[in-house]
Ligand binder design. Structure first.
Ligand code: URA
Length: 205
């Protein structure tokens, strides 16, 4: 992988990054979340997948993409031959942001400041893994990785060159598929996400 350089650099010993993320107080989200959810996967993975932030299940369990969106991701990935164990999977923001509603905790999209504060950790993960390609699932990940907050509908399926020269393939977030109520639209978007993951798997630098 190319040697990328980042503005902010976490410089702890390899292996201690998840622990460092666990103690993060860089933004207020740590006060209400159960725990931070660091990325997971092989440190030498060629492919890195980035989502938005942990959801309710991820917050309780402490692992990324284990709830409904994660299960959908796993199914689509498996369909195209992508084994989750071979990729490093993480989020743009490491703490769950929500509002309580009755017994439920309703997911809230992180704001630009929260994404910017957490970029410190995403950069640290990027630097450690140094992937050949990063897949940005959804608008939050795309903005964190490319600096552009433009709608992803016109960007999906393309590779953009992000900060520090990293290649970023933009695709739908699996939660977006779960929210689509129209069957045909959901099927089409599912095929697009599958196609993008397949392309990511075959990506050669
Ligand atoms: N959605 C995300 O963006 N990330 C997760 O880890 C789970 C749901």
């Amino acid at each position: 992988a190319q040697q990328a350089s980042y503005e902010s650099v976490w410089d702890g010993p390899p292996g201690s990054l998840p622990q460092a993320i666990a103690g993060c107080t860089r933004c207020p989200l740590h006060k209400t979340a159960t725990q931070a959810v660091p990325g997971e996967g092989p440190i030498d993975a060629r492919l890195m997948i980035v989502g938005e932030q942990p959801g309710d299940q991820e917050d309780l369990i402490g692992r990324p993409f284990v709830g409904p969106a994660g299960q959908l991701f796993d199914r689509i990935a498996a369909d195209v031959g992508l084994d989750r164990g071979q990729v490093f999977i993480t989020n743009a923001v490491k703490h769950f942001k929500f509002v309580p509603r009755g017994r439920k905790r309703i997911h809230q999209r992180p704001n630009q400041g929260e994404v910017a504060h957490c970029k410190w950790w995403l950069d640290a993960e990027l630097r450690q893994v140094a992937p050949d390609l990063v897949v940005a699932m959804g608008a939050t990940a795309a903005a964190a990785l490319t600096g552009s907050g433009k709608a992803i509908s016109a960007r999906r399926g393309r590779i953009e060159i992000g900060q520090a020269g990293i290649s970023v393939l933009i695709t739908w977030h699996p939660s977006y598929l779960l929210r689509l109520t129209d069957d045909a639209a959901r099927e089409a978007a599912t095929l697009e996400l599958a196609g993008d993951l397949h392309a990511a798997l075959r990506y050669e630098t």
